[in-house]
Design a binder for this molecule. Structure first.
Ligand code: HEM
Length: 156
């Protein structure tokens, strides 16, 4: 039973991670060039931006909740080790940075003077580049965690 529970939790975690990072890559490589060259009408840009914001918010909540469950499961099991804890600590730090980038952008948007929808969309996309870099490193650290688990279990 608990195996299936953690399977679902891990699956939700991975889906949220893929949605956030994949969405950001799509925004950066496909939508942003199209917006900049004014190929896309403003209402579509605004709609895509607000829908993507909702996706990011949902993904962040899912990542924090499921990440917490996965972390306590790993740290209380036989796969816990110092390298695992250190790698996880680094991963949490970089994840927090990603969350702050999103939160910072939103609070800045609330306090700024009114801008046109086009300017707002371009600003919103500015930080995504950093999210992609951090997200790619977080993915690598997640794969490292898995490798450390397999190594630790192999040693036992
Ligand atoms: C509070 C933040 C987070 C915590 C506490 C957390 C924790 C964890 C833990 C404990 C695992 C299991 C690793 C293992 O032992 O196999 C994991 C897996 C993973 N995490 Fe996170 N994570 C967080 C945020 C993120 C973020 C922001 C991303 C990417 C954007 C991410 C992507 C992944 C991926 C891709 C996996 C592998 C999933 C799988 O193969 O099933 N995590 N995470």
């Amino acid at each position: 039973m608990s195996d299936y529970f953690f399977l679902i939790v891990g699956w939700l975690h991975a889906m949220a991670a893929v949605a956030w990072l994949g969405g950001s890559i799509f925004y950066w490589l496909v939508l942003r060039p199209a917006i900049r060259s004014r190929l896309i009408p403003e209402p579509v840009t605004r709609f895509a931006g607000s829908e993507f914001n909702q996706l990011v918010t949902l993904s962040m909540w899912i990542l924090v909740i499921t990440g917490g469950v996965l972390m306590f499961n790993r740290l209380s099991g036989p796969s816990a080790s110092l390298p695992y804890g250190a790698t996880l600590g680094l991963k949490i730090l970089l994840s927090a940075w990603m969350f702050f980038l999103v939160a910072g952008r939103r609070s800045k948007r609330r306090t700024q003077f009114p801008q046109g929808p086009f300017r707002r969309a371009v600003n919103a996309l500015g930080h995504i580049n950093m999210t992609i870099v951090l997200g790619a490193i977080v993915f690598l650290l997640s794969d490292t965690l898995r490798m450390l688990v397999e190594r630790q279990l192999g040693n036992n």
